[in-house]
Write a protein that binds this ligand. Structure first.
Ligand SMILES: *Cc1c(COP(=O)(O)O)cnc(C)c1O
Length: 412
């Protein structure tokens, strides 16, 4: 038996022993022979079969049957109700601190602006150089708008933000530090608890972007003293393309003002008074009418995360990325591919990145075969492993296909 056969046998063994293996069948297309390996659940999670039914029900009975009455029968409260459920299942957040709304980009803007209002005398914001582009761009815009300076946190290519680096840049003029929990390219998992403490020691506030960790990596936002967090719901929350994002605002700073003063964040939306007055609590971070259809699918995934347990999900995630790294070492040896992600399980999110000069063309050829990782500049193939819908065998097939594309005999 060749190296590939051995790895495949090992993958099947791991799948057999996997206590979460049964969840995979709940997802649409999990056994589609035309997609032998879906390794991009970190970018767009698969739909749940239950969500197909839920969206249908919502359209036929909810929207079609209840019509405008639907708003009074639960839709208006859905952003906070779903926020509370997400907080409980995945964020370590007590009720009344999470809301589903807008997109991550818009929420980053709203929360960053609100946070700056808490530190009016301070003129600097720390952001990491390798943060997802939208976070960097939003902060560049805010800096220009408010006359602030950005301090760029330089991070290693295969790593991310760590407490020592943050301590070195956050100072007495720092109002806010904005960081990704899991780095979108390298998959580096930041020590949120320690970094939050460092930021607070500098007298600043912290805003965490959890897009690449929510639903895959457990966090304790309340216990760790996090001020603000945002995340999207179409990655590991399987909410569907363009599903709305969520925001966490710790209870203490909820009195702050956010800049997009819409009626849905006002004290009395249906009183329609003159003059904006902000709602009390997390609701004031909403702006416009909630996207009800967009919130449908993620409800099933949030419930499933609660059922499976975020701790068990993390265990599987660590096992999947660990297996992927082993497969890369065995199957891609001699191909010129290099791992560009942290090796230690404690510092890995749920994806691993492999660098190779031909990554872009290789990814395009893999997509034609239904082997679907993604490509990220400059030269990375990302393997995103969504714990409830990805099998070890799938990872094996995926890395095997990459090996075959890179022309290594071990991959055949
Ligand atoms: C995916 C992602 C986003 C996406 O923001 P949108 O407003 O939903 O487009 C933002 N930040 C990070 C870290 C991401 O990974």
């Amino acid at each position: 038996m060749g190296a590939y056969g051995e790895l495949l046998g090992y993958a099947r063994e791991l799948d057999e022993k996997d206590p979460l293996a049964g969840y995979r069948g709940l997802f649409v297309g999990a056994d589609d022979p035309l997609v032998p390996a879906y390794l991009d659940g970190n970018s767009l999670g698969r739909p749940l079969k239950a969500s197909v039914e839920r969206v249908r029900e919502l359209m036929v009975r909810g929207w079609g049957g209840r019509l405008i009455r639907g708003w009074d029968e639960g839709w208006l409260q859905l952003p906070e109700r779903l926020g509370d459920e997400l907080g409980r299942a995945a964020l370590g957040a007590g009720a009344g601190q999470c809301i589903v709304a807008d997109s991550t980009t818009v929420l980053l803007y709203k929360l960053a602006r609100a946070a700056l209002g808490a530190r009016p005398g301070r003129r600097r914001v720390v952001v990491d150089r390798d943060n997802f582009p939208t976070g960097r761009y939003v902060l560049e815009g805010i800096a220009a708008e408010c006359g602030l300076e950005l301090d760029w946190l330089e991070v290693p290519y295969d790593g991310g933000a760590d407490p020592a680096r943050v301590r070195a840049v956050a100072g007495p003029q720092t109002a806010l530090v904005v960081l990704s929990h899991v780095a979108y390219r390298s998959g580096h998992l930041a020590d949120m608890q320690a970094i939050t403490r460092v930021v607070h020691d500098a007298g600043a506030l912290v805003l965490w972007d959890l897009c690449h960790s929510v639903g895959a990596v457990p966090v304790e936002l309340d216990a760790w003293g996090v001020d603000f967090a945002v995340g999207c719901s179409y990655k590991y929350l399987n909410g569907g393309p363009g599903a709305p994002a969520w925001a966490y605002v710790r209870r203490e700073p909820q009195h702050l003002r956010q800049p997009i003063q819409g009626w849905m964040g006002s004290l009395d939306p249906f009183g329609m008074p003159q003059g904006y007055q902000p709602a009390q609590g997390i609701r004031r971070f909403a702006s416009g009418t909630p996207p009800i259809i967009g919130m449908a699918a993620m409800q099933d995934m949030v419930a499933l995360i609660g059922e499976a347990g975020i701790g068990a999900i993390r265990e599987k995630s660590v096992a999947l990325t660990g297996y992927a790294l082993e497969a890369v070492v065995v199957l891609l040896a001699g191909t010129g591919a290099a791992v560009a992600s942290p090796r230690g399980a404690g510092r890995r999110g749920s994806h691993v990145t492999i660098d190779h000069p031909r990554s872009r063309t290789v990814t395009a050829r893999l997509w034609e075969q239904g082997v679907i990782p993604d490509y990220r500049n400059p030269g990375g193939i990302r393997l995103g492993l969504s714990p409830l819908s990805t099998s070890f065998e799938e990872v094996c097939r995926g890395v095997g296909a990459i090996a075959a594309e890179l022309g290594d005999a071990a991959g055949s």
